[in-house]
Design a protein around this ligand. Structure first.
Ligand SMILES: Cc1cc2nc3c(=O)[nH]c(=O)nc-3n(C[C@H](O)[C@H](O)[C@H](O)COP(=O)(O)O)c2cc1C
Length: 201
């Protein structure tokens, strides 16, 4: 009897410690959290076009970003057409007054725009951008937020593009998520500032 109790106690202890070890592992190395921490902006790309299924998955992840009151105020325009991608690059460069490619050679640009009639449109659009960047990393693609979408789509040429894409309404450019296979190692992240997080307990 004594041995039976001892054996049971040992087995329970082992189970409990296994559970704790599992909990610790989950807390320390959660795959989603690791993905969020290891995503970096990629600024050199291979020519090769990623498969459409991957791009669809990334775009779909974008559509699941939270939006104020569930308004789904943003839209995503996935551009894989080389001529259109180059036009967007040129318009973006013009805002900066340069002629270099602000898309760093990436073959794909997902333009996020959001409907200004919703009070949370900017936040909504930024979260969509975040989802795209993180989903791209999870699926093995490089990405980078390229700015100046607002300026580009506020120009007459930008507005004409929206019209040609069948987009009507008061849409503001939030960001361009460039995508492709990286042609560089991901850079190391900058150290996080020491007072980034403050707990009030
Ligand atoms: C709102 C916003 C605008 C950005 N615009 C550009 C841009 O125009 N060009 C660029 O190369 N990177 C741009 N970035 C990428 C940032 O430079 C990058 O996120 C930052 O340096 C941190 O690096 P990480 O993304 O690798 O963590 C932008 C990022 C954000 C959030």
């Amino acid at each position: 009897m004594k041995y039976l109790i001892l054996t049971l106690a040992l087995a329970c202890g082992m189970l409990a410690s296994c559970g704790n070890a599992q909990d610790r592992t989950d807390m320390e190395k959660n795959e989603t959290v690791e993905n969020l921490k290891t995503r970096r902006s990629i600024r050199a790309y291979q020519d090769r076009m990623p498969p459409k299924e991957i791009l669809e998955q990334i775009a779909e992840a974008g559509t699941y970003a939270p939006t104020g009151k569930g308004s789904q105020s943003p839209i995503i325009v996935a551009v894989t057409d080389k001529a259109m991608r180059d036009s967007l690059s040129r318009l973006n460069a013009a805002v900066m007054g340069t002629k270099t490619d602000p898309f760093y050679g990436a073959p794909v640009v997902m333009v996020v725009l959001a409907d200004r009639k919703y009070p949370t449109y900017l936040y909504d659009g930024a979260l969509v951008m975040g989802n795209l960047l993180n989903a791209a990393h999870a699926l093995g693609l490089g990405s980078c937020w390229i700015h100046r979408a607002k300026e580009v789509f506020d120009t007459e040429e930008g507005k004409a593009l929206l019209k040609s894409w069948g987009i009507e309404g008061d849409y503001e450019g939030i960001g361009n998520c460039i995508l492709g296979y990286p042609a560089q190692e991901a850079p190391a992240p900058k150290a996080r500032k020491s007072d980034y997080v403050r707990f009030v307990e």
